[in-house]
Unconditional design. Structure first.
Length: 555
């Protein structure tokens, strides 16, 4: 078996074990060995390994493939120790003892050494006012206008060389800049912009944790590293401006790390390729809030060796702590705003007790509003003689009348724990049993019907009104219906239709119920006097329905 030495003789030298088969080399990430270098073609060269023999072939690259500085035209046999140059990247092929698993067989793929940080910080940096002169700290706190502006945060001296007071002043100003309300993407961009101004970075990224996929997603990225043959950020368009390997290390360790002279971004598990990018100095820190990982901030230098020090890592750790607080504030604000909208929508149609139950941990909103088969008692209430009345009143006056009439009528639905399903012109449909089915649903529906009649008699309306109410109990499908833009909770089935038909039978000032509703009442709960109306043929229904008029009084 062979080993392929990347960057031989350099501080970032790494050894990769290669086995029998084909090993492609290039800039593209689907190559077996992928090196982010502008001097290499996406598919630059290939190695063919068979036992103790190896060949290298050029794949039509722009800058050529060389063995011991002799250009390879087609295919060239390799000997152990040969130096291979692909573009400006040098590799050396050497013999190596084959690694073995517990069974003594060669392990397929590429063996890549672990990633070791130069320094680690597991707690935020202790840049607090208590570490400064009390009088000077008080002056800073009392005069925030004296702090540097966003434009003035770029200082000529490295962060590590700045005094503790200067660092505190910077962090105080950073906290103010991050406190402005914005969405998570905007906050992430602000975090990265500030990091570049504070830490002299060539490349950087802010990745945020996505709860649904459990992945760290790059939200803000920046690349100002000089590239061969171009200005900053130009030349290699397929290069990821952060180290996946370092990001994974930070996520796993939940610690800030400093990495010097790093050859990073090895893809190991389930992959046959290696991503190798020579990074002189890199730092990354977790964005932690109350031990919850919100994301990772990453900065690096590809041109300056040992650009960052442990002092810089301390500062990045403290900065990440402020950034995490800003992100959490954004999440909290968005959650509260979302909950306020949801709660407002729920309160329009459901009583407070139902809203509380729907929002409890025991029952999620998704589960509550999923389509379900249930039994309901439907209440349909209509204004008697409304059609004739509407011909005598101006539309604006009619609207004012309905706005004075509906609120106290709807309050009776909520007072008796019903669901206000919809308004239909001058009519109202309410149901009991959806989205929550409870004992005594029919009893509460009948109490609400009688309550509507009683409250109407007390309303100071500009025009006297009378209503008629019908109730029916039966099975329905309940859930959300509509489009992605407009969704409404509804009950679909014969029960709601029959409630409207029963209402049409009722006269002005009457409450009429079907036999199924009468049977659904809890024995002994209320004493209702009813008058049988006999079997009644309802519109749209072949078989007659037995109905009863409920006798009620104003008391």
């Amino acid at each position: 078996m062979f080993e392929l030495i990347l960057f031989p003789g350099r501080p970032e030298e790494r050894r990769l074990a290669v086995h029998d088969g084909v090993c492609t080399i290039g800039r593209a990430e689907d190559c077996t060995v992928s090196v982010a270098s502008a001097s290499m073609s996406r598919q630059h060269a290939r190695l063919d390994i068979q036992g103790d023999r190896a060949w290298v072939s050029d794949l039509g690259s722009k800058n050529g493939t060389y063995v011991n500085e002799a250009r390879v035209e087609r295919s060239h046999a390799l000997q152990p120790g040969d130096r291979v140059r692909v573009g400006e990247v040098t590799l050396r092929l050497v013999l190596a003892a084959p690694p073995a698993d517990s069974g003594g067989h060669a392990v397929p793929g590429l063996a890549v050494p672990g990633l070791e940080p130069t320094a680690v910080r597991r707690q935020p940096s202790d840049l607090t006012a208590g570490s400064l002169d009390p009088a000077r700290s008080a002056a800073v706190a009392a005069n925030p206008e004296s702090l540097p502006t966003l434009k003035g945060l770029q200082l000529p001296s490295p962060v590590a060389a700045r005094s503790a007071e200067e660092k505190l002043r910077l962090l105080l100003r950073v906290s103010q800049l991050l406190a402005a309300p914005a969405d998570a993407e905007t906050i992430a961009t602000r975090i990265l912009d500030l990091a570049f101004q504070l830490l002299e970075a060539d490349r950087g990224a802010v990745l945020l944790f996505e709860p649904r996929t459990h992945a760290l997603v790059p939200v803000a990225v920046r690349n100002e590293a000089p590239m061969a043959g171009g200005a900053a950020g130009q030349g290699v368009t397929d290069e990821t401006p952060y180290s996946r390997r370092i990001i994974d290390w930070v996520r796993t360790q939940r610690a800030a790390g400093l990495f010097s002279n790093a050859l990073v971004d090895f893809r190991l598990a389930g992959s046959q390729s290696v991503r190798a990018a020579a990074i002189c100095s890199a730092m990354a820190a977790p964005l932690l809030f109350a031990d919850e990982l919100l994301g990772v901030i990453y900065v690096d230098s590809k041109v300056a060796p040992d650009r960052y020090t442990e002092g810089d890592l301390d500062f990045l750790s403290a900065f990440a702590n402020l950034a995490a607080s800003a992100l959490e504030n954004t999440r909290l604000r968005e959650r509260l705003e979302g909950e306020a909208v949801v709660r407002n929508n729920l309160m329009r149609f459901f009583p407070p007790t139902t809203v509380q139950k729907l929002r409890s941990e025991a029952l999620s909103l998704r589960d509550a509003f999923a389509t379900a088969d249930t039994e309901i008692t439907a209440l349909f209430v209509d204004i008697s003689g409304f059609t004739e009345m509407s011909t005598r009143m101006a539309p604006r006056d009619l609207m004012a009348l309905l706005n004075a009439y509906f609120p106290p009528i709807a309050d009776e639905v909520f007072r008796h724990e019903g669901t206000l399903e919809k308004y239909i012109g001058d009519a109202l449909l309410a149901v009991w049993g959806a989205p929550l089915r409870l004992p005594g649903d029919a009893d509460r529906a009948l109490r609400a019907a009688v309550g509507m009649q009683r409250v109407l008699a007390t309303l100071p309306l500009p025009v006297p009104l009378q209503i008629h109410v019908g109730l029916h109990t039966g099975p329905v499908a309940a859930g959300n219906i509509g489009t992605a833009e407009y969704i409404q909770y509804a009950t679909i089935g014969e029960a709601t239709n029959l409630a409207a038909r029963v209402c049409a039978v009722a006269g002005a000032g009457e409450v009429v119920v079907s036999e199924t509703t009468l049977r659904a009442l809890t024995p002994g709960a209320d004493v209702w006097k009813t008058t049988p109306l006999g079997p009644v043929v309802l519109k749209g229904r072949a078989e007659p329905l037995t109905l009863y008029r409920v006798e009620w009084s104003l008391e």
